[in-house]
Structure formats: C-alpha cells, structure tokens
Design a protein around this ligand. Sequence first.
Ligand SMILES: [Zn+2]
Length: 263
Amino acid sequence: MSMFDELGDGIYRRRYESLDLNIGVVIGDDGVLLIDSRASHRQADELRDELRTLTDLPVGWVVNTHFHWDHTWGNARFPEATIWGHDRCRSEMIENGEVARQGVLEWMPAEYHEMVEEVEITPPTHTFAETASLHIGRSVELGYHGLGHTNSDIAIRVGSVMFAGDLLEEGAPPSFGDSYPLDWGRTLTTLPNAELIVPGHGDVVGARFRQTQTQEIQAVAELAKDGHRGGKPFAELINDGPYPGPTMEAALGRAYAQLDGDL
Ligand SMILES: [Zn+2]
C-alpha cells in the first residue's frame, strides 16, 4: 500500500505523523508540483525519497500555502524547483523568519535543536497578490481569498481537489496565533467549491466540515465583537466559545487586537 493517498488522477497527499501535516503532490507532464515542503531539511529529504515511489520526474514547483515554519522549512531542499507563494508569505519569511526560529527553539526539545538550526529559511521567489495559474501539463490555480489563519494563506485547486493549507484544520482546533479571526470566516466562504478538501493538518474533508469550521470561526468573531462592545476583558469569554480554553484565548486575543486596531 502506498504511503500516498491518490485523491484524483495524479493528485496525491501524504499525511505525516509528525505534526499531522499534509503534503500535496501533483504530477505534471515534465515535473512534480509539491504543496508545502515540511518542517526541516531532514523531513524534506525524507519526502524527496518517498516521491521516488510515485515518479521519476523532478520536482519543478513548490507552492507554500502560507509562511509557517512547519509548511516551509523544507523549501531549501528543492533547489531545482520554483517556489511559489503569496507576496506576504515571502515578506514574512524574510522579515520574521529568524524570530520564528527563535520561537520554535524555545519550546522544541534540545535533541531537535540542530535540526532547526540547520534550516536555511528560503522564501518563495515567485509571488502574487490575488491569483496565479501554473501550467504543468494540467492547470493548477492558486488563489488568495482574504485574511484568515495568517495574512497570506492561499488555496490551491487542481481537478476536483482543493488544498486549503491551515485555513482549515482537521483533528485539532484551528490555530489562531497569527490569525485574523474577524475576517477568517468570510474568507472561508469565498474559497472555491471542491469535492475533496485537504487541510494543512489532519484528514481529508468535504463541504460539510468546511461549513462547520466556518460557523465555529464566525461564532468566535461574534463572541469577541459582543464582548468588546460590552467592555468585557476577553479572558472572561474563553469558556463561551466553540474551542478549548487555550485556543479561545489565542483567538480572542487576536480578535480583540483587531477590534482595537492593533493588527
Ligand atoms: Zn499554519
């Protein structure tokens, strides 16, 4: 049995135990397109080796769904590929990549520090603001749909499959640390329709899951707006939302920052 799940003709995803991360693989005429590159050089090298079980074609393109380390820190291990992402995916990696590395080192057990320190943070060289089409022998559509999990999440559509990055997360609550909770729900409603949706982490989902997560994130935004209007500190609201306390704390903190005009 293959470690890659085939989701459509020449469209695969690999779900890793590490971070429950999903990597997308699309086979083109002359090369392979990867969606995200994993969290380290070592992990990217493992992915490279595994790709050989699918195809002998070289990796021609890497598309980053957003700037977060767990999705982009394998980029440097695909030097033959053109690396694509949103304009702000690139600028965030250039301006804040080293801060992100320090943050990861703070909580990562010491045995993994060398793995983090050896990463050459390598931002996308091919960027766009709204949409881009890649022609790899089939059509791959990249689209930015608004603020959400970060300021630069893109969705990638190929055939009947959409790769949504961390705009959607299965198996764990969405991650709000760099998010824009007031906008995220609307952004989700403007994503294209797709039969199969691959979130950044967890199982493949469909329209129903997307709708539920959209409603939950909209509920967080409404809770924050009501609380803010009523002059309540957000700490008083963390038990009133759809997610566990630590998630709500991060989400409400970001929502209040948006409401205060600080983001
Ligand atoms: Zn993320």
